[in-house]
Design a binder for this molecule. Structure first.
Ligand code: FAD
Length: 415
């Protein structure tokens, strides 16, 4: 039985594993309703098949927001977010889904698991933690309570250019560690910065490029996008403080020009995949999270490992990274890579396999997690034992067995 939310998994969560057993895909498409809004506690109860826009629309009508905006927002669902430990683009303000998920119901082969929406608890291990990241292996999340907030009064996204990746990443770390309450931070490395600028398609780009170069923001420049969200009073102060801190690290504040374009296209970039595919180019992404002490080196080594892996097949690849989802102790490094599509699918899969494997080993070498937000599915399963250890894997298997003794729920995912 494979629970199916929006079908946006990028790591093989909903692909049946090789077996002769019949497969039942269970769609949650019709389970989209807001069942209850407890305004005093700011807890909303939704059916778990609700997709991003349906969820936000229902909350907006009552003046609230969840604030969970993954790039797959248009299609991905609340249930999918919970069981894959998803992260929205403004997770710095709203938190990952782990902190938004308060409780709910999971129907398992052994019966119903009710997870009480208490704000905190010391009552031993928390069963809600078992639902998070369960990837359909324990049962079907049918309802979830989520922590909502009043819709913000103001929101904008601003751009800052830095001379180098080093200066940019130091500025981002300082913003976070000084607890300046921005809602999003996304720092692109030089190659991603160039790609972003070109894709913006703006007519003034050539002039802006020459101007930036004249004042020293040349080939190594990096673009930071930061978001400010909240009350009108806090908005001004936060923007001022973040911009001032960026200037300390050589940042050039360029206002909302680039940020506005990003905001307009924030969920649209993935549509490029199909166009690129038709034009003979494949694209994939991978991501991790590491402590700050590893971030700078790892964010260079990961794309490099992909380039080197492609060279083993005598191929060239365009690989670039950005920092996003930042924390006081570290950040997520997100890498995009584009490579030539061959006519032979086996050859293409082999190329992709080499790049993915070498990048995954590099992530492990730096002590990063194999995934910050996409989950494990089938693609990351081979790397999970190194992260969890033998005892950890035994415990995960035991939990699955206890909810699903016959192993009928989404087999082949996680392990
Ligand atoms: C273009 C693109 C951009 C993306 N951007 C982001 C991003 O910014 N942040 C991020 O975190 N992820 C992102 N993802 C990955 C993906 O959107 C997330 O993993 C998302 O949480 C999956 O939700 P879904 O509803 O589509 O789940 P599906 O893909 O349908 O399923 C994923 C897994 O969850 C299980 N499942 C789904 N619903 C339930 C349920 N109700 N009960 C039990 N199990 C269930 C499935 O069995 C499967 O194992 C992106 C994907 C794409 C294609």
């Amino acid at each position: 039985v494979i629970p199916y939310g929006g079908g946006t998994s990028v790591v093989g969560h909903i692909t049946p594993s090789k077996s002769d057993a019949p497969v039942l895909t269970l769609s949650l498409e019709k389970m989209t309703r807001l069942l209850d809004l407890d305004e005093t506690s700011r807890l909303a109860t939704f059916q778990a098949g609700v997709a991003g826009p349906q969820l936000e629309e229902q909350l907006k009508a009552r003046g609230y927001t969840l604030g969970h905006f993954p790039q797959s927002f248009e299609y991905s669902t609340l249930g999918g977010w919970i069981v894959t430990r998803s992260s929205g683009q403004q997770s710095y303000r709203y938190g990952k889904i782990e902190s938004l998920f308060a409780g709910g119901i999971m129907e398992t082969p052994r019966g119903r698991l009710e997870m009480k929406p208490v704000p905190a608890s010391a009552a031993g291990p928390d069963v809600r933690e078992m639902a998070l990241g369960s990837e359909g292996r324990l049962g079907v999340v049918t309802q979830a309570q989520v922590r909502v907030r009043r819709a913000p009064e103001a929101e904008s996204f601003f751009g800052v250019f830095f001379h180098s990746w080093e200066q940019g990443s130091d500025a981002v770390r300082e913003i976070v560690q000084n607890e300046i309450p921005v809602s999003m931070l996304r720092l692109s490395n030089p190659l991603e910065t160039e790609t972003t600028l070109i894709l913006s398609g703006k007519s003034w780009l050539g002039m802006a490029d020459r101007g930036l170069r004249m004042i020293g923001y040349g080939d190594t420049r990096c673009l930071l996008m930061f978001g400010v969200t909240g009350s009108a009073r806090l908005f001004k102060r936060t923007r001022r403080e973040a911009a001032a801190l960026c200037r300390k690290f050589g940042g050039l504040f360029v206002g909302t020009i680039v940020g506005h374009t990003w905001e307009k296209n924030r969920f649209l970039a993935p549509y490029l995949r199909n166009t690129l595919w038709e034009r003979g180019v494949a694209i994939d992404t991978l991501e991790t999270a590491l402590p700050w002490s590893q971030v700078r080196e790892a964010s260079v080594a990961i794309p490099k490992s992909i380039v080197d892996a492609a060279a083993k097949h005598n191929e060239r690849v365009l690989a670039f990274s950005h920092l996003s989802h930042v924390y006081r102790d570290g950040a997520s490094v997100y890498t995009t890579y584009l490579f030539r599509r061959t006519g032979d699918p086996d050859e293409l899969l082999a190329r992709w396999g080499t790049m993915k494997h070498d990048a995954s080993l590099t992530i492990q070498r730096f002590g990063g997690t194999i995934t910050h937000q996409h989950g494990v599915g089938m693609d990351h399963a081979p790397y999970l034992p190194a992260e969890k250890g033998a005892l950890g894997m035994d415990a995960i298997r035991a939990v699955c067995k206890s909810f699903d003794p016959d192993g009928m729920m989404n087999p082949g995912k996680l392990f």
